[in-house]
Design a protein around this ligand. Structure first.
Ligand SMILES: [Zn+2]
Length: 163
């Protein structure tokens, strides 16, 4: 089921929403062949009216099948946003369409999930790539200086890892 909330239901106070948007309702395209969603989107949040907005706070989670950017090994991992929040206006130009007082939140959750994805998924933080050769100098004492003098393309990738 797509996730719709009725704003009239929020007039008496905050309401909690828990459930799952199934993969076929999510319509999620990562535009990246290394990353494919493999579960529905799990959500658990409260919604409340704040001025002319709906404030959403909670967590959202989705399982993905990744292919490691270094060694190409496929692996599955759930991406979770544990302190998720969104402010959605329900009047004005930026408001999503209202249908019988209902707002479809599916696109909002989908976009936030996409934004949280890693640019270079790695099977392990210290993945050594296809040949498995450690990028080390023969002398362990000088290895640190070696890396500092000659930053490889991988050292930039080392900064990025899955949570
Ligand atoms: Zn790897």
């Amino acid at each position: 089921m797509p996730l719709e909330i009725n704003i009239k239901h929020l007039e008496n106070g905050p309401k909690t929403y828990q459930g799952e948007i199934e993969l076929e309702d999510l319509n999620l395209d990562t535009q990246d062949e290394l990353i494919r969603p493999c579960t529905g989107l799990d959500y658990d949040f409260t919604a409340e009216i704040l001025d002319k907005n709906i404030l959403l706070r909670g967590r959202i989670k989705l399982g993905f099948q990744f292919e490691c950017a270094r060694c190409l090994t496929p692996f599955e991992k759930a991406t979770e946003i544990t302190h998720w929040s969104q402010l959605i206006p329900f009047t004005g130009d930026e408001a999503p369409p209202l249908d019988n007082d209902c707002i479809d939140l599916t696109p909002v959750l989908r976009e936030d999930m996409l934004l949280s994805l890693p640019q270079h998924p790695l099977c392990a933080k210290d993945c050594r790539g296809i040949d498995g050769t450690p990028e080390k100098s023969p002398d362990p004492q000088s290895s640190q200086t070696e890396v500092e003098k000659k930053p490889s393309a991988w050292s930039a990738l080392d900064e990025l890892h899955l949570e």
